[in-house]
Design a protein around this ligand. Structure first.
Ligand code: ZN
Length: 373
Protein backbone atom coordinates (compact mmCIF):
# COMPACT_ATOMS: atom_id res chain seq x y z
CA UNK A 1 0.00 0.00 0.00
CA UNK A 2 2.72 2.40 1.02
CA UNK A 3 4.74 1.51 -2.05
CA UNK A 4 1.79 2.09 -4.32
CA UNK A 5 1.23 5.56 -2.96
CA UNK A 6 4.88 6.41 -3.42
CA UNK A 7 4.84 5.08 -6.93
CA UNK A 8 1.85 7.22 -7.66
CA UNK A 9 3.46 10.25 -6.08
CA UNK A 10 6.48 9.68 -8.23
CA UNK A 11 4.47 9.28 -11.43
CA UNK A 12 2.58 12.36 -10.46
CA UNK A 13 5.68 14.48 -9.95
CA UNK A 14 7.20 13.25 -13.21
CA UNK A 15 4.14 14.04 -15.29
CA UNK A 16 3.76 17.49 -13.80
CA UNK A 17 7.45 18.06 -14.43
CA UNK A 18 7.06 17.14 -18.10
CA UNK A 19 4.04 19.39 -18.38
CA UNK A 20 6.07 22.28 -17.10
CA UNK A 21 9.05 21.52 -19.31
CA UNK A 22 7.06 21.46 -22.51
CA UNK A 23 5.45 24.70 -21.45
CA UNK A 24 1.99 23.67 -22.49
CA UNK A 25 -0.08 26.76 -23.03
CA UNK A 26 -3.45 26.18 -21.48
CA UNK A 27 -6.30 28.15 -22.95
CA UNK A 28 -8.19 27.93 -19.73
CA UNK A 29 -6.88 29.91 -16.84
CA UNK A 30 -6.90 26.75 -14.79
CA UNK A 31 -4.99 23.75 -16.05
CA UNK A 32 -4.81 21.42 -13.05
CA UNK A 33 -7.76 19.86 -11.33
CA UNK A 34 -8.74 17.89 -8.32
CA UNK A 35 -11.61 15.46 -8.54
CA UNK A 36 -13.60 13.80 -5.79
CA UNK A 37 -15.40 10.58 -6.64
CA UNK A 38 -17.32 11.33 -9.87
CA UNK A 39 -16.96 15.10 -10.02
CA UNK A 40 -14.40 17.79 -10.50
CA UNK A 41 -14.01 20.00 -7.46
CA UNK A 42 -14.54 23.72 -8.09
CA UNK A 43 -11.13 24.53 -6.65
CA UNK A 44 -9.42 26.87 -9.09
CA UNK A 45 -6.22 27.45 -7.18
CA UNK A 46 -4.42 24.15 -7.76
CA UNK A 47 -0.68 24.64 -7.68
CA UNK A 48 2.52 22.67 -7.61
CA UNK A 49 4.55 23.67 -4.58
CA UNK A 50 7.80 21.82 -3.87
CA UNK A 51 6.87 19.16 -6.45
CA UNK A 52 3.63 18.53 -4.67
CA UNK A 53 0.15 19.33 -5.89
CA UNK A 54 -1.42 21.58 -3.31
CA UNK A 55 -4.71 23.33 -2.86
CA UNK A 56 -5.90 25.88 -0.32
CA UNK A 57 -6.51 24.03 2.93
CA UNK A 58 -9.74 25.91 3.55
CA UNK A 59 -11.09 24.74 0.15
CA UNK A 60 -10.29 21.05 0.40
CA UNK A 61 -11.41 20.99 4.05
CA UNK A 62 -14.91 21.90 2.89
CA UNK A 63 -15.14 18.96 0.51
CA UNK A 64 -13.53 16.39 2.79
CA UNK A 65 -15.41 17.60 5.89
CA UNK A 66 -12.26 18.41 7.78
CA UNK A 67 -12.84 20.57 10.85
CA UNK A 68 -10.24 23.34 11.05
CA UNK A 69 -9.35 25.26 14.17
CA UNK A 70 -6.72 27.84 14.79
CA UNK A 71 -5.11 28.01 18.21
CA UNK A 72 -1.75 28.83 19.80
CA UNK A 73 -0.22 29.99 16.52
CA UNK A 74 -1.10 26.77 14.75
CA UNK A 75 -3.79 25.44 12.41
CA UNK A 76 -5.30 22.13 13.45
CA UNK A 77 -7.16 19.52 11.50
CA UNK A 78 -8.75 17.21 14.06
CA UNK A 79 -10.61 14.21 12.82
CA UNK A 80 -11.06 10.57 13.83
CA UNK A 81 -8.53 10.77 16.58
CA UNK A 82 -5.76 12.47 14.61
CA UNK A 83 -4.53 15.99 14.96
CA UNK A 84 -2.61 17.33 11.99
CA UNK A 85 -1.31 20.79 12.71
CA UNK A 86 0.72 23.46 11.00
CA UNK A 87 2.80 25.76 13.18
CA UNK A 88 2.92 29.23 11.66
CA UNK A 89 6.19 30.03 13.45
CA UNK A 90 8.26 26.90 12.79
CA UNK A 91 6.45 26.22 9.48
CA UNK A 92 6.30 22.56 10.44
CA UNK A 93 3.51 20.12 9.94
CA UNK A 94 3.01 17.56 12.68
CA UNK A 95 0.63 14.66 13.12
CA UNK A 96 -0.17 13.81 16.70
CA UNK A 97 3.03 15.63 17.63
CA UNK A 98 5.22 13.81 15.10
CA UNK A 99 6.88 15.92 12.43
CA UNK A 100 5.71 15.14 8.90
CA UNK A 101 8.30 14.99 6.14
CA UNK A 102 8.02 16.76 2.80
CA UNK A 103 6.20 19.87 4.08
CA UNK A 104 2.65 18.65 3.38
CA UNK A 105 1.32 22.05 4.45
CA UNK A 106 2.89 25.24 3.12
CA UNK A 107 2.10 28.87 3.75
CA UNK A 108 1.99 31.13 0.68
CA UNK A 109 1.18 34.80 1.19
CA UNK A 110 -0.49 34.07 4.50
CA UNK A 111 -2.63 31.29 3.02
CA UNK A 112 -2.21 27.60 3.85
CA UNK A 113 -1.92 25.05 1.07
CA UNK A 114 -2.03 21.34 1.67
CA UNK A 115 -0.77 18.44 -0.40
CA UNK A 116 -3.76 16.71 -1.95
CA UNK A 117 -2.07 13.31 -1.88
CA UNK A 118 -1.07 13.71 1.76
CA UNK A 119 -4.45 14.69 3.10
CA UNK A 120 -6.32 12.22 0.91
CA UNK A 121 -4.18 9.41 2.22
CA UNK A 122 -4.59 10.55 5.83
CA UNK A 123 -8.37 10.50 5.63
CA UNK A 124 -8.49 7.12 3.94
CA UNK A 125 -8.92 8.05 0.29
CA UNK A 126 -7.28 6.47 -2.72
CA UNK A 127 -5.67 8.51 -5.45
CA UNK A 128 -5.60 8.20 -9.20
CA UNK A 129 -3.80 10.63 -11.47
CA UNK A 130 -4.81 11.33 -15.08
CA UNK A 131 -1.73 12.88 -16.66
CA UNK A 132 -3.43 13.98 -19.89
CA UNK A 133 -6.06 15.88 -17.94
CA UNK A 134 -3.72 16.92 -15.14
CA UNK A 135 -6.44 15.76 -12.85
CA UNK A 136 -5.95 14.11 -9.51
CA UNK A 137 -8.95 12.05 -8.52
CA UNK A 138 -9.46 11.10 -4.91
CA UNK A 139 -11.99 8.46 -4.04
CA UNK A 140 -12.93 5.76 -1.56
CA UNK A 141 -13.81 2.22 -2.43
CA UNK A 142 -16.66 2.20 0.10
CA UNK A 143 -18.33 5.11 -1.69
CA UNK A 144 -20.01 4.44 -5.06
CA UNK A 145 -18.11 5.86 -8.03
CA UNK A 146 -17.63 5.23 -11.73
CA UNK A 147 -14.62 3.46 -13.20
CA UNK A 148 -11.43 5.41 -13.92
CA UNK A 149 -11.99 4.92 -17.65
CA UNK A 150 -15.47 6.43 -17.48
CA UNK A 151 -14.28 9.18 -15.19
CA UNK A 152 -11.49 10.13 -17.58
CA UNK A 153 -13.96 10.26 -20.48
CA UNK A 154 -16.35 12.40 -18.51
CA UNK A 155 -13.70 14.87 -17.40
CA UNK A 156 -12.20 15.00 -20.88
CA UNK A 157 -15.62 15.94 -22.30
CA UNK A 158 -16.12 18.54 -19.59
CA UNK A 159 -12.77 20.19 -20.22
CA UNK A 160 -13.25 20.12 -23.99
CA UNK A 161 -16.57 21.84 -23.76
CA UNK A 162 -16.35 25.27 -25.27
CA UNK A 163 -17.72 28.13 -23.22
CA UNK A 164 -21.26 29.09 -24.18
CA UNK A 165 -21.55 31.62 -26.99
CA UNK A 166 -21.75 35.07 -25.50
CA UNK A 167 -23.14 36.91 -28.51
CA UNK A 168 -22.68 37.02 -32.27
CA UNK A 169 -20.91 40.00 -33.72
CA UNK A 170 -21.05 40.92 -37.39
CA UNK A 171 -18.25 43.05 -38.78
CA UNK A 172 -19.57 44.99 -41.75
CA UNK A 173 -17.56 47.09 -44.18
CA UNK A 174 -19.10 49.77 -46.39
CA UNK A 175 -18.00 51.72 -49.47
CA UNK A 176 -15.66 49.20 -51.09
CA UNK A 177 -14.38 47.52 -53.05
CA UNK A 178 -11.00 49.20 -52.97
CA UNK A 179 -7.43 48.44 -51.89
CA UNK A 180 -8.48 48.44 -48.20
CA UNK A 181 -11.04 45.72 -48.87
CA UNK A 182 -8.08 43.50 -49.67
CA UNK A 183 -6.39 44.38 -46.37
CA UNK A 184 -9.57 43.79 -44.39
CA UNK A 185 -10.29 40.42 -45.97
CA UNK A 186 -6.66 39.40 -45.35
CA UNK A 187 -6.97 40.30 -41.66
CA UNK A 188 -10.28 38.45 -41.34
CA UNK A 189 -8.92 35.37 -43.07
CA UNK A 190 -5.79 35.39 -40.93
CA UNK A 191 -8.10 35.15 -37.93
CA UNK A 192 -10.33 32.51 -39.52
CA UNK A 193 -13.38 34.73 -39.47
CA UNK A 194 -15.54 36.23 -42.19
CA UNK A 195 -17.05 39.62 -42.78
CA UNK A 196 -19.95 41.24 -44.56
CA UNK A 197 -19.06 43.74 -47.28
CA UNK A 198 -21.48 46.28 -48.69
CA UNK A 199 -20.10 47.23 -52.06
CA UNK A 200 -20.90 50.27 -54.17
CA UNK A 201 -21.73 49.29 -57.76
CA UNK A 202 -19.60 51.92 -59.46
CA UNK A 203 -16.51 50.76 -57.49
CA UNK A 204 -17.29 47.12 -58.27
CA UNK A 205 -17.03 47.88 -61.97
CA UNK A 206 -13.47 49.15 -61.47
CA UNK A 207 -12.41 46.42 -59.05
CA UNK A 208 -13.89 43.21 -60.30
CA UNK A 209 -10.85 41.24 -59.15
CA UNK A 210 -11.33 42.39 -55.56
CA UNK A 211 -15.04 41.53 -55.71
CA UNK A 212 -14.22 38.02 -56.88
CA UNK A 213 -11.46 37.56 -54.28
CA UNK A 214 -13.81 38.72 -51.51
CA UNK A 215 -16.44 36.22 -52.61
CA UNK A 216 -13.82 33.48 -52.92
CA UNK A 217 -12.71 34.23 -49.34
CA UNK A 218 -16.18 33.23 -48.19
CA UNK A 219 -17.24 36.69 -47.10
CA UNK A 220 -20.78 37.90 -47.67
CA UNK A 221 -21.30 40.64 -50.23
CA UNK A 222 -24.32 42.88 -50.04
CA UNK A 223 -25.18 46.00 -52.00
CA UNK A 224 -24.55 49.58 -50.94
CA UNK A 225 -26.27 51.07 -54.04
CA UNK A 226 -24.72 51.84 -57.42
CA UNK A 227 -23.67 55.46 -56.97
CA UNK A 228 -23.68 56.23 -53.21
CA UNK A 229 -25.18 59.53 -54.36
CA UNK A 230 -27.76 60.56 -51.79
CA UNK A 231 -29.67 62.89 -54.12
CA UNK A 232 -29.98 60.32 -56.84
CA UNK A 233 -30.77 57.33 -54.61
CA UNK A 234 -33.53 58.96 -52.59
CA UNK A 235 -35.01 61.12 -55.37
CA UNK A 236 -37.95 58.73 -55.80
CA UNK A 237 -39.01 55.18 -55.02
CA UNK A 238 -38.21 54.34 -58.61
CA UNK A 239 -34.66 55.70 -58.51
CA UNK A 240 -34.13 54.03 -55.14
CA UNK A 241 -35.19 50.65 -56.47
CA UNK A 242 -33.12 51.05 -59.61
CA UNK A 243 -30.00 51.64 -57.49
CA UNK A 244 -30.76 48.59 -55.33
CA UNK A 245 -31.73 46.23 -58.14
CA UNK A 246 -28.72 47.10 -60.24
CA UNK A 247 -26.38 46.67 -57.26
CA UNK A 248 -27.79 43.25 -56.42
CA UNK A 249 -27.68 42.25 -60.11
CA UNK A 250 -24.03 43.27 -60.34
CA UNK A 251 -23.11 41.05 -57.36
CA UNK A 252 -24.92 38.18 -59.07
CA UNK A 253 -23.10 38.80 -62.34
CA UNK A 254 -19.63 39.09 -60.82
CA UNK A 255 -19.79 36.41 -58.13
CA UNK A 256 -22.68 34.15 -59.08
CA UNK A 257 -24.07 34.74 -55.59
CA UNK A 258 -27.73 35.40 -55.01
CA UNK A 259 -27.43 38.29 -52.59
CA UNK A 260 -30.49 39.81 -50.94
CA UNK A 261 -28.93 42.05 -48.35
CA UNK A 262 -28.70 45.82 -48.67
CA UNK A 263 -27.21 48.56 -46.66
CA UNK A 264 -28.59 51.83 -47.89
CA UNK A 265 -26.12 54.75 -47.91
CA UNK A 266 -26.38 57.11 -44.90
CA UNK A 267 -28.64 54.70 -43.03
CA UNK A 268 -32.29 53.93 -43.61
CA UNK A 269 -33.61 56.66 -41.35
CA UNK A 270 -35.00 59.06 -42.41
CA UNK A 271 -34.25 58.45 -46.09
CA UNK A 272 -36.12 55.21 -46.77
CA UNK A 273 -39.85 55.87 -47.11
CA UNK A 274 -42.68 53.41 -46.34
CA UNK A 275 -43.25 53.05 -50.10
CA UNK A 276 -39.59 52.12 -50.62
CA UNK A 277 -39.82 49.53 -47.85
CA UNK A 278 -42.83 47.93 -49.50
CA UNK A 279 -40.87 47.64 -52.76
CA UNK A 280 -37.86 46.13 -51.00
CA UNK A 281 -40.09 43.55 -49.39
CA UNK A 282 -41.69 42.66 -52.75
CA UNK A 283 -38.21 41.77 -53.98
CA UNK A 284 -37.47 39.76 -50.77
CA UNK A 285 -34.61 42.11 -50.03
CA UNK A 286 -33.33 42.55 -46.49
CA UNK A 287 -31.99 45.84 -45.21
CA UNK A 288 -29.35 46.15 -42.51
CA UNK A 289 -28.45 49.26 -40.61
CA UNK A 290 -26.19 48.74 -37.58
CA UNK A 291 -26.02 48.50 -33.79
CA UNK A 292 -22.55 49.90 -33.27
CA UNK A 293 -21.01 52.74 -35.27
CA UNK A 294 -17.21 52.62 -35.16
CA UNK A 295 -17.18 56.16 -36.63
CA UNK A 296 -13.96 55.02 -38.27
CA UNK A 297 -14.27 57.57 -41.11
CA UNK A 298 -13.69 60.41 -38.64
CA UNK A 299 -10.20 59.32 -37.70
CA UNK A 300 -6.70 59.23 -39.13
CA UNK A 301 -4.36 56.26 -39.41
CA UNK A 302 -2.83 57.29 -36.10
CA UNK A 303 -6.11 57.20 -34.20
CA UNK A 304 -6.90 53.51 -34.42
CA UNK A 305 -7.21 53.42 -30.61
CA UNK A 306 -10.24 55.69 -30.87
CA UNK A 307 -11.88 53.36 -33.41
CA UNK A 308 -11.24 50.38 -31.16
CA UNK A 309 -12.63 52.28 -28.20
CA UNK A 310 -15.83 53.16 -30.08
CA UNK A 311 -16.31 49.49 -30.91
CA UNK A 312 -15.64 48.38 -27.34
CA UNK A 313 -18.02 50.90 -25.79
CA UNK A 314 -20.70 50.23 -28.41
CA UNK A 315 -20.50 46.45 -28.22
CA UNK A 316 -20.58 46.41 -24.43
CA UNK A 317 -23.58 48.70 -24.40
CA UNK A 318 -25.40 46.57 -26.97
CA UNK A 319 -24.57 43.40 -25.06
CA UNK A 320 -25.80 44.87 -21.77
CA UNK A 321 -29.06 45.86 -23.44
CA UNK A 322 -29.59 42.19 -24.29
CA UNK A 323 -28.53 42.29 -27.95
CA UNK A 324 -27.06 38.91 -28.94
CA UNK A 325 -26.55 39.73 -32.63
CA UNK A 326 -24.47 42.85 -32.73
CA UNK A 327 -23.80 44.51 -36.07
CA UNK A 328 -20.77 46.78 -36.28
CA UNK A 329 -20.42 49.45 -38.96
CA UNK A 330 -16.98 49.98 -40.43
CA UNK A 331 -15.63 51.08 -43.81
CA UNK A 332 -13.02 49.91 -46.26
CA UNK A 333 -10.63 52.65 -45.32
CA UNK A 334 -6.97 52.79 -44.32
CA UNK A 335 -7.50 53.62 -40.62
CA UNK A 336 -10.20 50.93 -40.35
CA UNK A 337 -7.91 48.31 -41.86
CA UNK A 338 -5.27 49.32 -39.33
CA UNK A 339 -7.71 49.10 -36.41
CA UNK A 340 -9.23 45.78 -37.46
CA UNK A 341 -6.66 43.35 -35.97
CA UNK A 342 -7.06 44.85 -32.48
CA UNK A 343 -10.85 44.89 -32.84
CA UNK A 344 -10.95 41.19 -33.73
CA UNK A 345 -8.53 40.36 -30.93
CA UNK A 346 -10.64 42.22 -28.38
CA UNK A 347 -13.94 40.72 -29.55
CA UNK A 348 -12.54 37.21 -29.37
CA UNK A 349 -10.90 37.77 -26.00
CA UNK A 350 -14.27 38.93 -24.70
CA UNK A 351 -15.88 35.73 -25.93
CA UNK A 352 -17.85 37.15 -28.87
CA UNK A 353 -18.35 35.01 -31.95
CA UNK A 354 -17.54 36.84 -35.18
CA UNK A 355 -19.88 35.88 -38.00
CA UNK A 356 -20.75 36.95 -41.49
CA UNK A 357 -24.33 37.58 -42.54
CA UNK A 358 -26.25 34.32 -42.78
CA UNK A 359 -29.29 34.55 -45.08
CA UNK A 360 -30.77 31.42 -43.51
CA UNK A 361 -30.57 32.96 -40.06
CA UNK A 362 -31.52 36.50 -40.90
CA UNK A 363 -31.34 38.92 -38.03
CA UNK A 364 -33.63 41.95 -38.33
CA UNK A 365 -31.71 45.18 -37.86
CA UNK A 366 -33.12 48.30 -39.44
CA UNK A 367 -33.80 51.67 -37.91
CA UNK A 368 -37.49 51.46 -38.87
CA UNK A 369 -37.86 48.17 -36.99
CA UNK A 370 -39.62 46.85 -40.06
CA UNK A 371 -39.89 43.14 -39.32
CA UNK A 372 -40.37 42.31 -43.01
CA UNK A 373 -36.88 43.56 -43.83
ZN1 ZN B 1 -21.45 54.37 -47.41
Amino acid sequence: MKERVWAMCFAFIISFGIGMLTGEAAERKQDRYVGLHDRLLPIEDVRVIDNNTKVPLADIAKYLYLPLSEEDGAMHIRKRGFDISYDYKTKQTTKNGVEQKGAPITEVDGKLYISVIYIAKEVGFKIEYFPKLKTLRIYRDDYPHMSHTDYEKQIQALLNKKPAIKANVYLTFDDGPNQYTTLNTATLEKNNVQGTFFFVGKHMKNNEKIVKATAAGGHYIGSHSMTHDKDNIYKSTKSFMTEMNEGIQLIQTMTGQDSKLLRVPYGSKPHVTPAMRVELNKRSYKMWDWDVDSNDWKYTDKQTDAILKNVQVGVEKAYKSGDRDIIILMHDRSQSAKALPAIIEWLQAQGYTIKKYEPDHHVMQNFHKDSKL
